[in-house]
Design a protein around this ligand. Sequence first.
Ligand SMILES: [Fe+2]
Ligand SMILES: [Fe+2]
Length: 408
Amino acid sequence: MRQVKVSDLKVGDTIACDVPNLHGQVLLATGTLVGPKHGMILKAWGITDVVIAGESPALSEPSPTAPPVVAVPPAEPSGEILHPAMAEILRIAVEAKQAAVDKGGKPAPPAPPPGPKAKISPAWQPVTAETVATRSGNLASLPTIYFQVNSVINHPSSSTADIAKALGSDQSLSARLLRIANSAFYGFPRKIENIGEAVRIIGTKQLHDLVLATVVLKQFKGLDPGLVNMADFWRHSLACGLAARCLAAQRREANVERYFLAGLLHDIGSLVIYQQLANRAQVVLEQHRETNKSIDELERTIIGCDHAAVGGALINEWKLPPLLRDVAANHHSLDPRFMSVGIAMVHVADVLVLSMGFGTNGETRAQRLNIPAWDSLGLSPSCLPQVATDMTGLLAEAQKLFLTEDKA
Ligand SMILES: [Fe+2]
Ligand SMILES: [Fe+2]
């Protein structure tokens, strides 16, 4: 083996050591034959050196600075990764990681230390998504305040004052909504003084979605931190929601908050699985780290259904708008028969924020961009830097607004 500069790589060379990107995702797996486009991919990620098979008179031993070995995913099919939109996402991801390093940020956290290995139990029977969602106890229903506000909003004779009164019955909720209304999330030029004014200015549909986002984020508590880092999970979900909101703004969609919510909830089924089927979830996560299989694929094998289906079933149980259910249920299958603007936007947002390293639901590898989904949006790749900038600019504030615990 020998280490060579990326600029000296030749077509036909064999990669002898996995080449990870800045957050540990493998770009070229050990054994990959170098193709004509690989040099460009590695340069897009800012990688300067790789280890290849074969002896060199100048360097017969591998360099001690060879890249670390990480899990091996399937090699990217050539052509897909270099779609202009994916190339733009890769470039944005490199810049984001570089910016984090420049700011003194730490690299992506290492995988948790191997504890006792989880074992598949012969007693485990496949379960349906509906079963997992409906037996999730307190999660299976949303707090009463949501239904109270929702029924007032949907009542044809309700006035702004009625909606404000319903919201005012939960002081911590209305205080949080006021903080959101007065944040960079909306960027209104003057201060919104009370919840009635917020209803008038923000609009009832958007307000409904903000109420929903606020109550859902409080639903999931007390999950095993060994399985899921909740801060990381919500960072991923918020970033995905914000990126979907920015994509919706690029497309001039009417209710961008609906897409924020769709992104926020897309992986919600993961939390239900972590809560209801912790042992199986542990096997899924271990096998995900050790193999090239995706989490949703392993969930289908080990549990009988994946987090997308569970999320769809839970949102159905909550009787939320069909768009939210469809996005959650289809965000991995991306079946062209069920494709919609919402599913496509959340998929693109998911790929973007995972590539940028903004949290995770447990996935350790970036996903590939589904080109038909991207094409269905009719956007130019040149809008992606703006989407990434706007999303990044709002993320820290969104974390504060939605995740900070109420003071007792
Ligand atoms: Fe997912
Ligand atoms: Fe996700």
